[in-house]
Ligand binder design. Sequence first.
Ligand SMILES: [Mg+2]
Length: 276
Amino acid sequence: MLYIVLLNQTRAIFLDRDGTLIQEKEYLHRPEEVAVLPGAGAALRRLQEAGFRLFIVSNQSGVGRGWFTLDDVAKVNARLAADLARDGVRFDKIYIAPEAPGQPSRGRKPSPQFLFDARDEFGLRLEESYFVGDKMMDLECGWNGGAKKSILVRTGYGREAEKSGDARLVAAVIVDDLPAAAGWILARKREDTRMEDGKASCHQLGRVHPAAQSRWTSFSLDLMACWRSHVTDPRQEWSPRLSRTKMKSHWHTVGPSNPSAPFSRMSSLLGSPWSL
Ligand SMILES: [Mg+2]
């Protein structure tokens, strides 16, 4: 069973370090100065338990500038990993780009090279993975790597980035902090699961009542749109009561294409959240 779960871990969260996981401190290189941001541990654990692998992707130009060493970076990362391990969080790998801006670099963000490396090593599907960070270069890294979404947090330099007026921000999700980012991702994951369930249910329905399939597919897509409008707003959770009401009103408008098909039979095939 565990083997199957591990095989299916093809989704990942790529995380910037400074200003996203820990407090932003210019060129941090002392482990004792590591301060995990509030709620970060619990948020990462929720993502991990939902089946996401966790990676850190960090530019550390202080090394390339000669201000501290890669060994200092490793000690800071070890401290961060140990602090978060107390919340049950485990990172699959930490990627560091030590070069200064302008120096040749294989993975310095916004290069997506480390995302490609992780994809190849861990068998990830980047199109189902996310990048979370506090700078435009983090968002760009996610976009360049083909991630499903780049998420900007308002911690660290995030508020400055949000106020920059950069037109590319329209493609990003902007949330207050890492816990909010986790909430958004998990709501999106639930939506994807329900969409897949819905498609499967429509397919199953078609086998039982071929004449009713097209109308019911349309009906279900409307319901998915209704449901999507709720979950894409992270402040709202899925409301069974609202959906049930809308479903009934839609049903009375559309009606069955095959009047002899019992409604209860069809609705039972549609499954959650379309069950009445
Ligand atoms: Mg940062």
